[in-house]
Design a binder for this molecule. Structure first.
Ligand code: GLN
Ligand code: ZN
Length: 772
């Protein structure tokens, strides 16, 4: 391999692109179809237009091979399930009757057939539909969607590369189908699946594909030798096919580790590797295996998961090193651009000084083309771009937004005592018992009450100017009055104000903190037609004024019972935002923690004795590689303690997390040192209570006794049964009674009925405790 020829051939490409269209046309068409307002033909026509527009944007930017097949009406893993014929039995009839309705039935369920389960795509906020497989699964190839989308691109005169979820990742993402023993390993189906991939590859070759990309992000996680052997076998067999396009095996989201030598040795034609963040370790690892002689390397040097302008010179230097390691080096983003919004130039409200730091999918495509040109023709060919890039980066480094001396000085001055409560838990618990005077098995809720149509109307009225701020706030106060009066009547022990003022638990705080930025059009797909607009954590974080105190104080003024203050924790504030890439996450977390600590201290000063700091994202941001867990959990738990440790011993700190399987983070939960934790537990019948007990968790816990994910009302006896199961694990002095999660998605009727039953259950069990 010669460095010179590898450079001359350099091109730019991407693995995937946002699917929704410039004005979210696709979302609107699909939801319209579900409601019967848009015909199937009209939906298909919209999809064709959106795909054409995506291709046009990429081609205009100068991307030389556009991805195809990455587009989806719902989810690309679900598309793969259709492609390999692994449709669950309960959906087969519907799919045969009408492919479109059958497809949406798998995604969303019908009266008679449950949908596929949905879960997070690696450590992103995108969710995929989990394949259900069993020993009886028979695969069969249906390449129609892949072939049709490839043909569309070729007909438009473009170079195109179909992108498929690779067979190993597909199986590793699957779970045993209902009725199949839980220890069934989908990977044992590999030999049955590979011929189906061979058929699809042959069809794509026949349709004109020169290259096909097979995505194997599951290989960036810790894998057993057996799993690595399966990967070796898969690519040995696919590589040995005669009737096939060239194969590019792509990995992203982290380093390949032990899978790198496996793929480097495989008889495939190219590898796509991530070189950003922790995946930068791929660089040395690639050199250590002697590079990829005879292969194409696609180098992911532009962060595909964040929205910051790339450091072009730094990327060029990485690319320069890579040139000596492969026959041909192409330039890409680290992963599909699905995870970033479409177009930063649509953000007209962002301060232009900051807007020049932003790069969404369209801008990233241009960056990639610039890098490829610089690589092929020398930096002289991109001198203008380089100097503009240097200016943007230096304006970011020197900006008062990213460098607030007061914030920096305060963060630097944090000491160990700031991150620890002044007294150990046992002493605090005694002080809190005296201070709060709660009964055994105290009852509470997780924070939000139903977000009613009236509340949404009030917000819309405020935005449209139909009411002024005073009018809006009066509606919020009226809601708080109702929520507090209801809780008193229902007999709950620790009340909440109901969070009526919050549209979203992260956005509400982001809008009130310095350093955060909101977008107008920065939509990113979360799942199906659900899109979110994550705030951008752009600069040093501080809190100009209290954010929640007056609402909590108002609620407290209405009742003699304690009202719980309610905040979103620092880890979740980072996890559901686009974070800074110009300083370690730990530093950003510390700044956010200090801002939230001010709020916690102000709540206490205003007379709040119970303060809950929610961290539902603590586990989901766990790094993909186990080796990186400890460092993450250390800063994450420290940020939580920094937020909460400024209070008096008799002020009770709660936290909440919404998951039932938390084995990987139980030590971290202990390290938070919160006085009380509430967790989801109803569906698993208090499994978390037993796990906490097994771990020796010493503090108070509220495993949920009401599954709030469905409108079903649990009876008092049912909730009492769960409580008794909880008591087998956690003693009465340390057990709380609460629902699984917040009530914002519930209606009032089931909320009333369920909470009354929950309070009745607590009374039944308390009565038996005193009797025995
Ligand atoms: N306090 C929040 C609520 O009740 C918690 C939300 C969550 O757990 N995701 O809505
Ligand atoms: Zn929750």
């Amino acid at each position: 391999m010669t460095t010179k020829s590898a450079a001359a051939a350099a091109r730019a490409t991407v693995y995937g692109y946002p699917r929704q269209g410039q004005g979210r046309e696709l979302k609107k068409a699909i939801e319209g179809y579900w409601k019967g307002r848009v015909t199937a033909e009209a939906l298909r026509a919209t999809a064709v237009d959106v795909r054409a527009e995506r291709r046009r944007q990429l081609a205009d930017a100068g991307i030389h091979e556009v991805p195809t097949g990455d587009f989806s009406l719902y989810d690309h893993v679900l598309d793969t399930t259709v492609m390999v014929g692994a449709v669950p039995a309960r959906h087969r009839e519907a799919l045969a009757a009408d492919p479109l309705d059958g497809y949406f039935a798998m995604a969303r369920g019908t009266q008679d057939a449950a949908p596929l389960e949905m879960t997070k795509w690696f450590d992103t906020n995108y969710h995929y539909l989990v394949p259900e497989l069993g020993p009886g699964t028979a695969f069969s190839a249906d390449s129609s969607k892949q072939v049709a989308e490839l043909r569309e691109a070729l007909a438009a005169g473009l170079g195109a590369r179909p992108v498929l979820v690779g067979p190993v990742t597909y199986l590793l993402l699957a779970k045993p189908a209902p009725g199949v023993p839980g220890d069934f390993e989908p990977l044992t189906l590999l030999d049955r699946l590979l011929p189906v991939y061979a058929d699809v590859l042959a069809d794509l070759r026949a349709a004109g594909a020169h290259w096909v990309q097979l995505d194997e992000p599951a290989l960036v996680q810790d894998r057993t030798p057996a799993e690595l052997n399966a990967a070796a076998r898969a690519y040995r067999d696919l590589g040995a096919l005669t009737d096939r396009p060239k194969l590019l095996v792509a990995s992203y989201f982290d380093r390949l580790g032990d899978a790198l030598p496996v793929l480097a040795k495989a008889p495939v034609d190219g590898l796509a590797l991530d070189f950003t963040g922790p995946a930068a370790a791929n660089l040395d690892a690639l050199a250590a295996v002697g590079g990829l002689p005879g292969k194409r390397l696609v180098a992911g040097v532009v962060d595909g998961r964040n929205i910051w302008v790339n450091d072009l010179e730094k990327s060029l230097s990485t690319l320069g090193t890579l040139l000596g390691l492969a026959d041909r080096v192409d330039v890409s983003a680290s992963c599909s651009l699905l995870h970033v919004p479409l177009d930063a130039s649509a953000e007209r409200d962002v301060d232009p000084g900051i807007a020049r730091w932003l790069s969404f999918a369209r801008q990233k495509a241009t960056e990639l083309v610039t890098l490829a040109r610089g690589l092929a023709n020398g930096t002289g060919a991109i001198a203008g771009e380089l100097s503009a890039n240097r200016a943007a980066l230096s304006s970011r480094t020197s900006s008062p937004v990213t460098h607030d001396p007061a914030v920096r000085a305060r963060a630097a001055a944090v000491t160990a005592s700031d991150t620890h409560r002044s007294q150990p838990y046992a002493r605090r618990a005694a002080a809190q018992r005296t201070h709060l005077g709660l009964p055994p098995l105290p009852t509470t809720t997780i924070g939000s009450f139903p977000q009613t149509a009236e509340l949404r109307t009030a917000r819309a009225d405020l935005r449209a100017g139909r009411i002024d701020l005073d009018g809006y706030e009066e509606r919020i106060r009226a809601e708080i009055r109702e929520v507090v009066a209801y809780q008193e009547k229902a007999g709950l022990d620790v009340l909440v104000h109901g969070e009526p003022e919050r549209n979203d638990m992260v956005q509400y705080f982001a809008e009130r903190l310095h350093g955060y930025l909101a977008t107008q059009h920065g939509w990113v797909q979360s799942y199906g037609t659900r899109y979110v607009r994550p705030p951008i954590l752009a600069g040093d974080v501080s809190r100009p004024e209290p954010m929640t105190v007056r609402w909590t104080s108002y609620a407290q003024s209405l009742t003699g019972k304690p009202v719980k203050g309610m905040l979103t924790g620092p880890v979740t504030m980072l996890a559901w935002s686009f974070v800074r890439d110009d300083q370690p996450l730990a530093d950003t977390a510390r700044q956010v923690a200090l801002a939230l600590r001010d709020e916690v201290d102000d709540l206490e000063a205003a007379g709040t004795s119970v303060i809950q700091v929610d961290e539902p994202a603590l586990r989901e941001t766990l790094p993909l590689r186990t080796a990186d867990h400890a460092a993450y959990l250390a800063w994450a738990t420290e940020a939580f303690r920094l937020t909460t440790s400024g209070v008096r011993p008799d002020t009770q700190i709660h936290t909440h997390m919404c998951y039932a399987e938390f084995g990987d983070v139980v030590q971290a939960i202990d390290d938070l040192d919160a006085d009380v934790i509430s967790l989801e537990a109803a569906r698993s019948r208090m499994q978390v209570a037993r796990e906490l007990a097994a771990h020796g968790y010493p503090r108070e816990a509220g495993p949920g006794v009401w599954d709030i994910h469905s409108p079903r009302v649990p009876s008092a006896e049912e909730a009492a049964d769960l409580l008794r199961e909880g008591l087998d694990a956690i003693p009465a002095e340390r057990l709380w009674v609460n629902p699984d999660c917040g009530l914002k998605t519930r209606g009032w009727p089931e909320t009333r009925a369920s909470l009354e039953n929950l309070v009745a259950a607590a009374r039944i069990v308390r009565a038996r405790l005193t009797a025995s």
